[in-house]
Design a protein around this ligand. Structure first.
Ligand code: CMP
Length: 152
């Protein structure tokens, strides 16, 4: 099943929004398969944001993600990458659709609360940066037939 990495960034943790973000992803019927709180060091931050190295906002982004604890999660579902990015909303909160997390709880791009992987390749690479394989749990959701079973 497709997997994605979600980070609640330091602003989300400090503002007490971890439960709200988790709840919205649970409400969508996604399966939580990994969860932990991490205070990212420079090396972890640089690995995670390697694709942005050299961009004008890179140094500030590294300072932001290393400024406090981050809650890292792995979610699984068919099309989970698209589903999660839809629930998060556009990177800039003022461009995010009403009802999305970034629209409802954020106002500027530099404090946009969450990160979510943008492709299968980046999801697998990012999961490997934040989690050891034995920290990810494969389990059966009892409500799965009511969420995922197709009629044909
Ligand atoms: P995230 O999904 O964590 O991925 C990269 C982050 O960089 C993004 O969220 C924003 O926080 C930030 N970001 C992306 N584009 C820009 C930009 N043009 N200027 C400043 N910050 C950006």
């Amino acid at each position: 099943m497709e997997r994605t990495l979600v980070l609640v960034k330091p602003d989300g943790v400090q503002r007490g929004l971890v439960g709200e973000i988790l709840k919205r992803l649970e409400n969508r019927g996604l399966k939580l398969v990994g969860l932990k709180i991490v205070f990212p060091d420079l090396s972890l931050a640089q690995k995670h944001y390697a694709v942005h190295e050299g961009k004008p906002f890179y140094e500030g982004l590294i300072r932001y993600i290393t400024s406090g604890p981050v809650v890292a999660m792995v979610w699984a579902a068919p099309e989970v990458i698209t589903a999660v990015r839809q629930t998060m909303g556009a990177t800039s909160p003022t461009e995010a659709a009403p009802g999305t997390i970034r629209h409802d709880f954020a106002i500027i791009r530099d404090r946009n609360l969450t990160h979510a992987s943008d492709s299968v390749e980046s999801a697998e690479a990012e999961i490997a940066i934040w989690f050891q394989p034995d920290e990810i749990i494969d389990w059966k959701m009892t409500q799965e037939p009511w969420l995922l079973h197709r009629n044909s």
